[in-house]
Design a binder for this molecule. Structure first.
Ligand code: FES
Length: 154
């Protein structure tokens, strides 16, 4: 009876360990981000902010159009960019760029951001999240495959 109880306890412990190990090993299993192209850098002229989309490098074949991710590209001067996540830093609603006022506005709770992505007004606790970017072969590339977040922007 003791052996049966010990064996049952061992099986139960092994079953309980699976999700715990999965959680502990998740960072090691996480896919690395990747550089994806937003197209020719010439499509983003100096002094302008333009909408762009890219295919998330971490996607499933069944994702379809849901794998398309939006961002805002600001060309400060030739060869100098800022690429913002489209999601508001408050609760994630997609922000829109208003060139006339040079502000990003969030439709959900009235959050506003200056053209450099810094917080201007409303409930967002910080500025827009930014993607790392680089120019390669005349194309503007961003490091995607993860949600830009606090870990990279503090
Ligand atoms: S989600 Fe943008 S202000 Fe709340």
């Amino acid at each position: 009876m003791f052996r049966f109880g010990a064996a049952l306890l061992g099986v139960g412990g092994a079953i309980a360990a699976v999700p715990i190990l999965g959680t502990l090993l998740a960072p090691a299993r996480r896919q690395a981000s990747a550089w994806v192209s937003l197209g020719s850098a010439e499509a983003f002229p100096p002094g302008q902010t333009r909408f762009a989309t890219f295919l998330n490098p971490i996607r499933q074949p069944t994702d379809g159009d849901a794998a398309k991710t939006a961002c805002w590209v600001r060309c400060i001067s030739p060869g100098k960019y800022q690429v913002f996540a489209v999601n508001c830093a408050h609760l994630g609603c997609p922000v829109r760029w208003f060139a006339q006022s040079r502000l990003f506005m969030c439709p959900c709770h009235g959050g506003a951001y200056y053209e450099d992505g810094s917080r201007a007004a409303g409930p967002p606790p910080r500025g827009l999240f930014e993607y790392p970017w680089k120019i390669d072969g005349g194309n503007l590339l961003i490091e995607a495959g993860h949600l830009p977040g606090l870990e990279q922007s503090t």
